[in-house]
Design a protein around this ligand. Structure first.
Ligand SMILES: O=c1ccn([C@@H]2O[C@H](COP(=O)(O)O)[C@@H](O)[C@H]2O)c(=O)[nH]1
Length: 240
């Protein structure tokens, strides 16, 4: 495999209980220019030092902790995350405008005097949420797409640079916010892959055609017998 350009839009979800398992995957994916996503499982086990290790190895890092708390607490959390030197992190749009604005204040405070600032994005509706769950169980009326677009607009107005959503909603988000508003999309499943707990899914090719900026891919790579071959296959399809 020679041309890894398309790997730059892939964020590999390092959902592991410890750094030894994550490091094993990093060895297998050596030289591939993908983003690495660190979520709750790995971060709560290994903390900032593992993030520092990824940065030292030259990876772009998305810290996926989905903050959702009162504005003052999120401001402090955002400042601490900014000091870690990650490239991207997220908060829940459901926390509202004041909370998202507080996150941006935390970033500004912690990065004062520096040119480097993380991209801050908001989670809209989790990609595991179906239309039935949203209306019947959670009790929010309307379509999933309506609520996703509403949250995206709120995030954009609060000064955030993008959102996490399903690739299914990307076109509507770009239309409502702007073409440059960043879309980070989990719910990516290559043809024939197990869907698992995801609800709103697309294949990598479909997601690219829909205009997604970054595809978050976990188990289709990490649970594959040969992770390097799995990502290689995805990149090949995206390069066609
Ligand atoms: O709405 C969301 C927000 C975050 N995620 C995260 O993305 C990955 C997806 O992993 P897969 O194994 O490819 O399903 C995982 O880390 C989630 O925490 C999401 O799926 N949906």
């Amino acid at each position: 495999m020679e041309d890894w350009t398309q790997a730059e839009r892939i964020m590999v979800a390092l959902d592991y209980p410890n750094k030894q398992q994550a490091e094993r995957l990093l060895q297998q994916l050596e030289g591939i220019p993908c983003y690495m996503k660190v979520g709750m499982e790995l971060f709560y086990a290994e903390g900032p030092s593992f993030v520092a290790e990824l940065k030292k190895q030259g990876y772009r890092v998305f810290l996926d902790l989905k903050m959702h708390d009162i504005p003052n607490t999120v401001k402090g959390g955002a400042a601490s995350i900014t000091r870690m030197g990650v490239d991207m992190f997220n908060v829940h749009a459901a926390g509202g405008s004041a909370m998202m604005e507080a996150a941006m204040e935390g970033v500004a405070q912690a990065s004062a005097g520096s040119n480097e600032r993380p991209t801050v994005i908001a989670v809209t509706q989790l990609t595991s949420t179906s239309q039935h769950m949203l209306n019947g169980e959670i009790g929010i009326a309307g379509t999933v797409q309506d609520t996703v677009v509403r949250y995206a607009k709120l995030a954009s107005q609060a000064g955030l640079q993008g959102v996490v959503a399903s690739p299914v909603e990307v076109a509507a988000i770009k239309e409502a916010c702007s073409a440059s508003f960043v879309t980070v999309t989990p719910g990516i499943r290559p043809a024939g892959a197990a869907i698992g707990d995801q609800s709103r899914v697309m294949t990598p090719k479909e997601a690219r055609a829909a205009g997604t900026d970054y595809m978050v891919i976990g188990r289709p790579i990490t649970a594959a017998e040969h992770p390097r071959q799995a990502i290689e296959q995805i990149v090949k399809e995206l390069s066609e």
